[in-house]
Design a protein around this ligand. Structure first.
Ligand SMILES: *Cc1c(COP(=O)(O)O)cnc(C)c1O
Ligand code: SF4
Length: 449
């Protein structure tokens, strides 16, 4: 019998792939690394003292094209490379290592550098953490009316780490920077008090790194609570890409799919917010099988990614990704602008260029791929979409639109910034027709609280 990607049973593969993680302490054991230039290996070592570094057997053996290293986009997705640190930061760590300074001293130095890398962009820490019965819910963010983000404490890692990730403070062990919480009861209480919330989004790290048994301890009480206004349970994840066997052959893979089915049977929409960065991921046969199995439960898969220099700054890659995602039954959702954190100087591209790539990809897919929105910045006032060049009073300007707002009344309002070919983020733009953007006065009041 021919093997079908839609085969629903667990018997399709006789071998069970074993997950193996690689990081600073063991990456040199990889045969692929031993073939690399010494300076490249040294660079990985230096940079990994500051930025989180973790990859795994699937990424290394199946996704990275080692003949193209160090320029391979999937290599850059996981491996730290020299230019991800600013030269003076790189030198400080390299010297400390050359001098064999004690580990604690190197760690302090690394923490100092990390604090200079804007670890909590867009005021996540200060303004989005809600309170319930006088307790600050550190594992919850509630910024937009409809959607609550929940960070279960055992979901604060991933099967591999993306080198651009703005969640990086979660992984490097500076305790006070972490969002997480164990108490699902507090979350339920909070949701019950907030009838405006329709969506609960499990996020992290990666919530699907949790064993299904643990995930059930969060999900089952939420189902039992029968919160009448809650309609959708979302999971933000890159597990189908970094470890597709989470849905195929891991011992609790079937139980995870059963859990999705149970949530759906309880009357909710299950949305998997899948994080795809490159066409090579969408094309891998095991990733396709994982997606097919998820979709068979009745869950929908929506896709999102930031646009990143060195990884996917090409309209060909985006058009191919959206087309192939639609063919597999997924729904393209967001193209994000890389956030102003971590190795931003390495990955960022000007907003205008991001918009050009978006447009050149968008015009080459059918309407079913045009469910995608972007390029979108998740900034302090809200999600801001770059609409492109426009003319205002005879001047060339940049048109923008708020697609999510801290104040719901800001949503879908178009506004204009002075034309700027270099700007990579909202705070580098100047209002075109006023001293301030329309939301700024109100936002200041918010921020001063
Ligand atoms: C993007 C985002 C959401 C979800 O927004 P949707 O547009 O509904 O997908 C929720 N909370 C925060 C803080 C976000 O950045
Ligand atoms: S999988 Fe998501 S949370 Fe984890 S490192 Fe990548 S972008 Fe960050």
């Amino acid at each position: 019998m021919q093997e079908s990607t839609l085969q629903p049973t667990i018997h399709w593969q006789t071998q069970t792939p074993v997950y193996r993680a690689y990081g600073l302490h063991n990456f040199k054991k990889l045969p692929q690394i031993q073939k690399l230039d010494n300076q490249l290996i040294r660079d990985i070592e230096v940079v990994a003292h500051v930025l989180p570094f973790k990859t795994n057997s699937f990424v290394v053996n199946e996704l990275i094209d080692w003949s193209r290293v160090p320029d391979d986009p999937l290599f850059i997705l996981n491996f730290p490379i020299r230019d991800m640190l600013l030269p003076h930061h790189y030198e400080r760590i390299a010297q400390a290592l050359n001098q064999n300074l004690p580990k604690t001293q190197i760690r302090e130095l690394a923490n100092e550098i990390r604090k200079e890398l804007n670890p909590h962009p867009a005021g996540q820490m200060q303004y989005n953490v809600p309170t319930y019965k006088g307790v600050r819910l550190h594992g919850v963010q509630h910024k937009y009316f409809e959607t609550v983000l929940f960070f279960p404490s055992q979901g604060q890692t991933c099967h591999a780490y993306c080198s651009f990730c703005f969640r990086w403070p979660q992984f490097v062990g500076i305790e006070e920077l972490k969002f997480a919480m164990r108490e699902v009861d507090l979350l339920i209480g909070y949701l019950q008090e907030h009838p405006e919330v329709t969506d609960l989004l499990f996020t992290g790290g990666d919530p699907l790194i949790m064993r299904t048994k643990i995930l059930r301890t969060y999900v089952e009480p939420i189902l039992k609570a029968k919160i009448p206004h809650l309609r959708t349970i979302r999971f933000g994840t890159k597990a189908p890409i970094y470890w597709p066997y989470r849905f195929l052959t891991d011992p609790d893979a079937d139980d995870l799919l059963r859990l999705f089915e149970e949530i759906i049977r309880a009357g909710y929409h299950v949305a998997i917010m899948a994080h795809f960065n490159h066409i090579r991921e969408v094309e891998h046969p095991d990733i396709q099988k994982a997606i097919a199995r998820i979709r068979q439960t009745g869950a929908e898969v929506r896709t999102q990614s930031p646009i990143l220099r060195h990884i996917n700054d090409s309209a060909d890659v985006w058009a191919a990704m959206w087309r192939e995602q639609v063919r597999q039954g997924m729904i393209p959702y967001y193209m994000f602008v890389a956030r102003d954190t971590g190795a931003h100087h390495f990955f960022a591209l000007p907003l205008i260029q991001a918009w050009e790539i978006f447009r050149n990809a968008y015009k080459r897919v059918s309407g079913l791929g045009r469910t995608v929105r972007g390029p979108s910045m998740s900034a302090t006032p809200g999600k801001v979409e770059v609409l492109g060049p426009a003319t205002l009073n005879g001047q060339k300007v940049l048109a923008l639109r708020m697609i999510q707002g801290r104040n719901p009344d800001w949503v879908y309002r178009v506004f204009f910034a002075k034309w700027d070919e270099q700007a990579t983020w909202l705070d580098e733009l100047q209002p075109a027709d006023n001293d301030r953007f329309f939301f700024e006065e109100e936002l200041e009041k918010w921020v001063r609280h």
